[in-house]
Design a protein around this ligand. Sequence first.
Ligand SMILES: [Zn+2]
Length: 207
Amino acid sequence: MVPFELPWYQMELRSRSDIFILRKPSLLIDQLHFRGPRYDRLKIRAQGDSIMNRIGHHATGAISGIGVATYLGLLQPDSLLAGGICVLAGWHGGVFPDAVEHIRGRYWITHRTVTHWVPLWVALAVWLLMNPYSGSLPYAELSYPSLLGFAIGGLTHLVFDWPNPTGIPWIHPWKRHSLRLWKSGRADLLLVVLWGAAISSVTITQA
Ligand SMILES: [Zn+2]
């Protein structure tokens, strides 16, 4: 077979037991065939190299952080530190479920399983909302907004993963459900605009 270059930004290799994620600007396809019979059910999924594909979760997470900072009344001159930390934490929560799954290009947690498990994130968010500035949190003035921003950022990530084909685990951490509305990354720009508009309208009304 004549090797040819795949101009893909990211490839996911799945076998029965492993998932590798390769992040290379290009890859010779015949290298994949040398990986042998373990990969007989090899599935290659290309992900688009669009800017939105990479920044979708970053942007929606940060927007969620702004929403949480607004909800907590932190977008004021005298609470800028707590507000800023809250926005940063929302941003981090927005990318955390995917980022924590792989180290140096290799998955150590199966993609979209326990890191995307809805009950875990809902439990964290509900506990925080029911125990505002809980005394059990050290430095609650800063840790509470950052934890709530992180939790809501993470939930936003799950909500925006739900419509694409892989879906997210709702009840069992290894069984996913998908709304099957669009492929990953296809509607990111629309989602960022809609989410930004929703949060900024609330922020402006409360200002
Ligand atoms: Zn995800």
